[in-house]
Write a new protein. Structure first.
Length: 291
């Protein structure tokens, strides 16, 4: 690992992020294919994706002789740098088969970055886009749905909320199982930080109370999972804030539609918790879910 990174106060980090909103579509990372970082240890291959605050590259770690993903802040800005450090610490603190595993923290030309597993498979959003019937979708993605629930339960038990659960932040591996990604906006709920800035999630996946500015809770993630679950089975992503309409949850069978309705309840306290969701998913039989 590189130099011991400074610890930042989450209040300052997240308040500062508010000032960066107008800049999120611009990054100053100039790394390109073939660039050697960290004394030649890491070699850049290509860009895997960009998020609100981070950019992820495919890279090779010459020391371990492994293919890795390398995440860095999109801008050389103190607040974004701090979010990279914070995400690395959270991932290192979590050991779960369905949450991406962080490897090592590095520093390249004053920019903090970290390596993590480069996962084979496809984004859940790409899997959802494949033409198929609701039953075929469920048969294909049922294990992935259970894996996401398992990952979120572990995250919540650690005192954190993901705050950005959506298909683009899930990779479905070739064996049908899933891994949850991007904890860059994760919120700590166990008193370790008192953030004045509360992440608002992404569009239609964000819980109503999060959009209204209330502090994130586990119920926010379960709402987002409800939108994701409905989309995964129906192939239909709601596009308006009135996404609780009947038309968005028709055609998926009583068991799944009932679970979706419960998850999308506008009152956070009425949504099922992780254990209840896991039990209900396990009770849904693939051959009967359309009944």
């Amino acid at each position: 690992m590189a130099d011991d990174p400074p610890r930042e106060d989450d209040d300052e980090v997240f308040v500062s992020l508010l000032q960066q909103v107008a800049l999120l579509d611009v990054d100053d990372v100039t790394w390109t294919a073939g660039d050697e970082l960290c004394g030649g240890r890491l070699v850049i291959e290509n860009v895997l994706g960009r998020g609100g605050m981070g950019i992820v590259f495919a890279a090779t770690d010459r020391k371990t002789q492994t293919a890795v993903a390398l995440k860095a802040a999109r801008r050389l800005d103190d607040s974004m740098q701090s979010c990279i450090l914070r995400e690395f610490r959270i991932l290192r603190d979590l050991e779960h088969p369905h949450i991406v595993r962080a490897h090592e923290l590095h520093r390249e030309a004053k920019r903090w970055c970290f390596t993590m597993d480069r996962l084979p498979g496809r984004a859940l959003s790409d899997e959802i886009a494949r033409p198929s019937t609701p039953q075929e979708r469920w048969l294909s993605l049922r294990h992935a749905m259970s894996d996401i629930v398992s990952a979120l339960i572990a995250l919540h038990e650690s005192g954190r909320v993901h705050c950005d659960v959506k298909p683009g932040n899930v990779v479905v591996r070739p064996n049908g199982h899933a891994v949850l990604l991007d904890l860059g906006t994760a919120h700590e709920t166990d008193g370790r930080s008192q953030n004045r800035f509360h992440p608002a999630g992404t569009g239609v996946y964000a819980a109503p109370e999060l959009i209204d500015g209330h502090p994130p809770t586990a119920a926010c993630d379960w709402y987002s999972f409800g939108v994701l679950l409905n989309e995964a089975v129906t192939g239909i992503a709601p596009t308006e804030h009135d996404r609780l309409e009947q038309r968005h949850i028709q055609g998926v069978g009583d068991a799944l539609s009932g679970l979706t309705r419960a998850l999308l309840d506008p009152t956070p306290e009425h949504r099922p918790d992780g254990d209840a969701i896991r039990r209900r998913l396990s009770q849904i039989q693939s051959s009967r879910f359309m009944r």
